[in-house]
Design a protein around this ligand. Structure first.
Ligand SMILES: C[S@@+](CC[C@H](N)C(=O)[O-])C[C@H]1O[C@@H](n2cnc3c(N)ncnc32)[C@H](O)[C@@H]1O
Length: 231
């Protein structure tokens, strides 16, 4: 556990995210994220090359979408089942090696321009993975425990090149009915964690019924998709 204090309600240590070998976790999607496909051009012009980071990537297929756009894709995920499941599910092979002097393992895909680091996000820094032109954040910032959001934002900001942008899926909902994760993220929250370095705007929204695992009955969640651009 990267955080020394005891976990509070609504908080999960990296080891507490449930990953089983034989079934997909509830957050995993078997298609590309529609809002990434729709708003990809907020991050990169079509045909543009560059480096894109997918924090807390799980085994998202979005990494395939981004690599097939001609980008160099770097993911980071704590779960070994998640990382190795990504390659297995997609019939991809990899070379695996420890990162020198860091508690991270690098998986470099042989067939596509995708590298995934396995380990705790809080151990990542630009000396390990360099900086990025774009970041696709689905289920990442919202998964971070509230007391560590600023620490997470500071790491992400260090990983961004001067002109970089983040496209981020956020959630807003009635917090008296559910306490996260995914955490409820208001624009004020984003302003306080990223606002000193980034302009923030909402580019789209969608709504969905809360997943049954949240035990929130028929609660509707609103998902604002935010674009954070380095000032
Ligand atoms: C909500 S899931 C999102 C996964 C992925 N982005 C997707 O769209 O399917 C959050 C992921 O973060 C991982 N995770 C949680 N805390 C982490 C940490 N501190 N470092 C690395 N991964 C972490 C979990 O194992 C889980 O796979």
């Amino acid at each position: 556990m990267s955080e020394s204090k005891e976990m509070q309600k609504g908080e999960l240590a990296p080891t507490e995210w449930i990953w089983n070998e034989d079934e997909n976790p509830p957050f995993h999607r078997t298609q590309y994220a529609p809002m990434l496909v729709k708003h990809f051009d907020c991050l990169f012009a079509d045909g543009e090359t560059g480096r894109v980071f997918v924090p807390l990537c799980g085994k998202t297929l979005d990494m395939i979408f981004l690599a097939d756009k001609g980008l160099e894709v770097v993911g980071l995920e704590f779960s070994e089942i998640g990382v190795e499941g990504f390659f297995k599910d997609n019939n991809l092979t990899y070379k695996k090696m420890d990162v020198v002097n860091q508690p991270l393992v690098q998986y470099k895909c042989n067939e596509k321009n995708i590298t995934i680091y396995r380990g705790d996000m809080f151990n990542l820094n630009p000396d390990v993975c360099g900086q990025f032109d774009g970041i696709w954040d689905r289920g990442s910032y919202v998964a971070i425990n509230i007391p560590t959001q600023q620490k997470y934002a500071d790491i992400i900001l260090q990983l961004m090149k001067p002109e970089a942008k983040i496209l981020m899926e956020t959630f807003t909902y009635d917090t008296s009915r559910y306490g996260g994760p995914p955490h409820c993220i208001t624009l004020e929250n984003l302003q306080s964690t990223f606002g000193s370095k980034c302009e923030i705007k909402v580019v789209d929204t969608m709504t969905m019924l809360a997943h049954p695992v949240f035990n929130a009955g028929d609660m509707i969640m609103t998902l604002p998709y935010c674009l954070l651009s380095m000032k």
